[in-house]
Structures are given as structure tokens and as C-alpha cells.
Write a protein that binds this ligand. Structure first.
Ligand code: AMP
Ligand code: ZN
Ligand code: ZN
Length: 407
């Protein structure tokens, strides 16, 4: 009997100990914050002034709205999504364009080349999901640029191979499904993506009625998503960010420089990039001729490697090649005539406000009804690291640019 009592006592002490420690663990993990960040590609900073966006307006009321979010140069999709993920300028993370030649790897990168997109060798820096996973925080990515490749041998726990045609409504449901997983499997960092209004903006231009229609539709999808998040028992722990990679400028066929009609292919060993920003490698024999002709085109900015204005933080990475050429605002530049069209484009100088993107956020970390001045998208990395209590990697972005919006 004595032994039985002693045994029971030990078991009870162990049980009580286990009960309290498990309560503590549950409380701790239950208290851990979430960040769910959506990128709506090409959502220009002022679209919400042109068409009613009640759901985004509601976020501004219960959370934060930035005047605008400045992308990195070049204001293209891949460099910018990867800058948002890593907090680094494209020169420093290596995704210097949507397509480029990497002399360090003797390999070409292009967004439609699956092998390249999934090759971790192209991607420098440490994406926020890698920082999270290294520190025990589960992450999920739904098509975020870079997440399909192992960076430092790490991918998000949940990731998906890009499928352009996967319906937006189902993307919402998948993200909600991840948020409903049991705590031990549930991601606390989710980055997800929609390819509109970029595609429609290219086709019809930022001032078109078609863009306005799509903006309204995307805003309603954001509303559906917020309603679904609201049904989760731990909704009060979830921080939601809605952002975009760049804006969109009107382009006109009549205001387009057609390079093929002015310069000769043999002047260059490589012609990379694409409208409105190109990277050239000289054929040394024609270096002076090529430079003189290109510099004489008044609608273009032409910079040699390493000689770009410092504010652009671009043109020092060997992948940017010998020469960087970009059209001035209100002009476009293409290689072939058939590429000259009316509509919209981006890739221009990131200080041109037409290129600016959006930032909206709400949740326990964010102040209410707070207007944030324009900030750089590289500041998103330190912002998210701070909210998730992660030790950040060394990055170009700065928390002090954004911590005014935090409680
Ligand atoms: P752009 O407007 O040329 O800068 O690029 C926009 C396009 O990038 C979108 O229409 C998507 O089709 C494409 N895109 C975005 N994310 C990915 C991805 N993870 N893999 C492949 N393509 C992507
Ligand atoms: Zn884009
Ligand atoms: Zn685009």
C-alpha cells in the first residue's frame, strides 16, 4: 500500500507537471503571432483613388495604409518580389531582372524557364521564410518568387509550383486551409500571390475601365478572404498585409523607341532584359559606336556598369552586364517593332510614382487608422521579422523606416 501511495504521488506530480508545462507550451504557441502577406501584382498605389475599394478602405481604417510603397529598380516582378522577401536590393540578391545572364554561373535565368526558376544557385540573400524556418517558425508560400527554389537549401514547409491558371478563389481557400491546420503543422508566415491587375494593366493601360473593373473584383476577393480569416478562433493573432510589387504606367505605340531599327545586334555579345529596361554586354570592337548611338537617343537613360545614380542601387552586380538602358517616363523602349503597343508597362525608374505599389496592413501588431509615409519594399523584411520575433539576417531594409506603424 505504501508503495501504491508513493507510486500514485509520483504519477500525480508528473501529471500535474506535464499538465502545467503543456498548458504553458500551448499558451506560448497559441500566443505566437502570424503574418499573412498577399501580393497583388502591379496594383498601382493610386488605383484605390480611381475606383471604389471598400475592403482596402476598411483595412486603412482598422489598420495601416501607406501613401505608397517604392519598388526597387528595375520595377519588374521578379527582382521586386525577391527584394520584398529578402530585404535586399536586386544588386545584392542577384535576381537583377525577369530575365538575365549570370556570368558567375554561366547560365541564363528567365521567368518562364522552370529549371532556372527552381535553381537555388540564382538566389542570393536569405528570404524571410528561410529565416523563419531556421528559427522554428513554419512558413507557407503560394507562388511567391523564390519560394520554388531551395535558398540556403531551405524551402518553405509548404510551397507550390507556379500555376498561372489556378483560380484566385481557390488560392484563398488553400491559404485558409493552411491556417486551419493543427498548431503543430500550421504556418505562422504565409506569403501568397495573384497575378492581377498586372496582366490587365499591360493590355489596357492603368487608366482603362477594364483595370477599374478588375480592381473592384480584387478588392471584393480581399473582402472574402478577410471574412474567412475572421472565422478562425485565433483571428486576433493574425496580421494581414496586402501589398504589390510595382505600379503601372501608360505606354503609347507612338512614343516607343524600337532598338532594332537603331542599333545592330553584332555590337553586343548579349542583349538581356526586356521592355523598358535592357542589359547589354558589349562586343568590345563596337563598344564606342554602341555607346555613342545609344547615348544619342534622348528618350533613353543609358548607364555603363557601376555608373548609375546611387539612389537606384543597381548596376554593380556582374549580372547587370556592361550597360543598362531604360526608357524615360512617358516613353517605352522595345527591341522589335511588333512589341510596340498601347497599354501599360513597368520596369521604369522606381522614383517615378507611376511605379509605386500599395501597402495595407491590419492585425494585433499594427496601429489603427495610421497613415504611413512612402517607404521602400526592402523594409518589409525587417518589418515581418520584427512582428514574428525573428532574428533578422543582415539586409538593406531598415526597421526604423517602418516601426512607426507598429503598436
Ligand atoms: P512582369 O509583368 O513581366 O514583370 O511579370 C508578371 C508575370 O510574372 C505574371 O503575369 C506571372 O505570370 C509571372 N509570375 C509571377 N510569379 C511567378 C512564379 N513564381 N513563377 C513563374 N512566373 C511567375
Ligand atoms: Zn509584377
Ligand atoms: Zn507586369
Amino acid at each position: 500500500m505504501k508503495y501504491v501511495t508513493k507510486y500514485l504521488l509520483i504519477v500525480s506530480v508528473l501529471f500535474i507537471g506535464f499538465y502545467f508545462s503543456s498548458c504553458q507550451t500551448n499558451k506560448k504557441s497559441g500566443d505566437k503571432p502570424y503574418v499573412v502577406m498577399l501580393s497583388v501584382d502591379g496594383f498601382r498605389w493610386d488605383y484605390s483613388d480611381k475606383v471604389e475599394t471598400p475592403n482596402l478602405d476598411y483595412i486603412a481604417k482598422i489598420g495601416v495604409k501607406a501613401k505608397s510603397l517604392r519598388p526597387c529598380f528595375p520595377s519588374k516582378t521578379f527582382p521586386n518580389h525577391y527584394s520584398m522577401a529578402t530585404g535586399l536590393y536586386p544588386d545584392n540578391h542577384g535576381i537583377v531582372g525577369n530575365s538575365f545572364y549570370a556570368p558567375d554561373l554561366d547560365a541564363y535565368y528567365a521567368i518562364r524557364d522552370r529549371d532556372a526558376v527552381e535553381n537555388g544557385d540564382f538566389y542570393g540573400g536569405e528570404p524571410i521564410w528561410t529565416t523563419a524556418e531556421k528559427q522554428g517558425v513554419i512558413s507557407g508560400s503560394y507562388f511567391w518568387v523564390g519560394s520554388e527554389a531551395p535558398c540556403q537549401d531551405i524551402r518553405p514547409t509548404y510551397w507550390k509550383r507556379y500555376d498561372h491558371d489556378f483560380p484566385f478563389e481557390q488560392r484563398i481557400d488553400s491559404v485558409i486551409y493552411w491556417l486551419k491546420l493543427p498548431e503543430a503543422k500550421r504556418p505562422h508566415l504565409i506569403m501568397w500571390y495573384m497575378h492581377e491587375p498586372d496582366a490587365i494593366g499591360h493590355s489596357y493601360g492603368p487608366d482603362s475601365d477594364t483595370v477599374k473593373y478588375v480592381i473592384h473584383y480584387l478588392d471584393s476577393l480581399i473582402g472574402v478572404f478577410m471574412t474567412k480569416v475572421n472565422t478562425l478562433p485565433y483571428k486576433d493573432k493574425i496580421n494581414i498585409i496586402v501589398t504589390s510589387d510595382h505600379g503601372m504606367a501608360t505606354i503609347k505605340r507612338s512614343k516607343t523607341v524600337i532598338l532594332k531599327e537603331i542599333i545592330q545586334e553584332k555590337w553586343f555579345d548579349k542583349i538581356e532584359g526586356g521592355s523598358p529596361v535592357f542589359n547589354f554586354e558589349f562586343n568590345e570592337e563596337y563598344r564606342d559606336t554602341a555607346l555613342a548611338v545609344l547615348k544619342s537617343i534622348k528618350e533613353l537613360k543609358v548607364w555603363e556598369h557601376g555608373k548609375l545614380p546611387e539612389r537606384l542601387h543597381y548596376g554593380t552586380n556582374p549580372r547587370t552586364l556592361d550597360l543598362i538602358v531604360v526608357a524615360d517616363s512617358s516613353y517605352n523602349v522595345v527591341w522589335k517593332e511588333r512589341r510596340a503597343q498601347d497599354g501599360g508597362n513597368h520596369g521604369f525608374d522606381n522614383f517615378n510614382t507611376d511605379m509605386h505599389a500599395i501597402f495595407y496592413a491590419y492585425g494585433p501588431a499594427f496601429k489603427e487608422n495610421y497613415s504611413q509615409p512612402t517607404f521602400n519594399n526592402i523594409d518589409l523584411y525587417p518589418l515581418i521579422a520584427n512582428i514574428l520575433d525573428l532574428k533578422p539576417a543582415k539586409v538593406d531594409g531598415k526597421l526604423e523606416h517602418v516601426n512607426g506603424m507598429l503598436k
